[in-house]
Write a protein that binds this ligand. Structure first.
Ligand code: NAI
Ligand code: MG
Length: 348
């Protein structure tokens, strides 16, 4: 076999981002076949760069990132930076610039993992969250700021193009899964303009997928079902804001933030997709070796699957399952000890 190159941009970021990304790379190196050469370039985005230069993400940065096959991100954010600066100036800017319109967040309750839900429900679903529209586009403004007459708008932007491409992605994912179920989550009884666009597009695309069974539910009802009947879900498609909220709930019921992985995907491949744990930089435990690197390792599996390395992705997921299954019997391990154990499993 001719040798291939995996050209990876690495953004450890802030706080525990640094610690968990090191373990993600450790497992990635261990799992890659010999004929794939891993080339990484590290970027210093985050709070330190912002304090040093005032920059969050420049056009030159975007050009440099563009040249990679994929991006692995730890977390960006620190209490020393005003709220919104890094979220808008880095995370959202990158998602929009690289058109990461599919935000993929799988939720699977793995054996041996505790859930706050009673019993041990079977949880195995994936949320396809729209990533570039909705209320997150920065379409809004404020007047009379700081007065008793302050006005603020935050417009939800929904385009037929943007909705259709993410709905199509969700149907294709549902079709490829054994249960072939897809739920649209919105609030079309109250948010009627956006809600009807979503519902109409969803119903139209559904005609092309006769094998996929569909349902619609309001987002408030969905929060009930995610807790009372999580086994009911297979694939969920929803808008940017609803997706943000329900995926945190999904992470909470299916093993917690330490195991929740995500991908910010550009399915066309026009720009590199970015993979990251759902959690943030956890300043409360940063630098202490207490962070669980599992969410990052599972994000590496999503990255590999996206790039066509299905066998390696599955090896990582199996290693995580096996490791989690034995955790209850082990004394607490440090970040790097968990990384070492996972790397040993995927290599062996
Ligand atoms: P967080 O996810 O960083 O932490 C929430 C809680 O979960 C903390 O108690 C933390 O110790 C714990 N936790 C998180 N990850 C963990 C891990 N791998 N292992 C063990 N425990 C873990 O959320 P928080 O505190 O709201 O945000 C902290 C900073 O991270 C903020 O600046 C925020 O803006 C940023 N953030 C960045 C994200 C990103 O880069 N995509 C996503 C979410 C938050
Ligand atoms: Mg969130």
């Amino acid at each position: 076999a001719s040798s291939r190159i995996l050209n990876l941009a690495v953004i450890p970021g802030d706080g525990i981002g640094q610690e968990v990304v090191a373990e993600g790379l450790k497992v990635l190196s261990a799992v890659l076949p010999k004929d794939v050469k891993l080339e990484t370039k590290e970027f210093d985005f985050g709070a330190r760069r912002y304090h040093a230069t005032g920059e969050t993400l420049t056009d030159a940065d975007l050009d440099a990132l563009k040249a990679h096959d994929a991006i692995l991100l730890g977390a960006i954010g620190d209490p020393s930076v005003p709220s919104g600066v890094l979220e808008r100036g880095f995370l959202l800017k990158l998602r929009f610039a690289f058109d990461h319109h599919v935000n993929l967040r799988p939720s699977k309750l793995l054996p041996g993992v505790a859930t706050p839900l009673a019993g041990q429900p079977e949880i195995d679903f994936v949320v396809v969250r729209e990533g570039t529209e909705g209320p997150y586009t920065g379409n809004g403004g404020t007047i009379r700021k700081g007065t008793e007459h302050e006005v603020a708008t935050e417009v939800s932007v929904n385009t037929a193009f943007g909705v259709e491409r993410v709905v199509r992605d969700a149907f294709a994912r549902a079709q490829a899964r054994p249960r072939k179920k897809l739920a649209l989550i919105h609030k079309n009884n109250v948010l009627t303009f956006a809600g009807h666009l979503w519902t109409n597009v969803f119903n139209k695309v559904a005609e092309e997928y006769p094998e996929v069974s569909t349902e619609y539910m309001h987002v408030d009802a969905a929060t009930i079902y995610l807790v009372t009947q999580p086994e009911r879900f297979d694939v969920i498609v929803t808008d940017n804001l609803f997706g943000d909220i329900i995926t945190d709930l999904a992470a909470a019921v299916s093993g917690g933030i330490g195991v929740a992985a995500s991908g910010n995907i550009n399915p066309s491949g026009a720009f590199p997709s970015m993979f990251e744990p759902v959690h943030g930089s956890a300043p409360d435990i940063a630098g202490q070796g207490k962070a669980d690197p599992t969410a990052t390792v599972l994000s590496v599996a999503l990255l590999l699957r996206h790039l066509g390395h299905e066998a390696e992705a599955t090896r990582i997921e199996d290693a995580v399952s096996a490791d989690l299954g034995e955790r209850g019997d082990l004394p607490a391990r440090s970040t790097s000890e968990i990384g070492d154990a996972l790397a040993a499993r995927v290599a062996g």
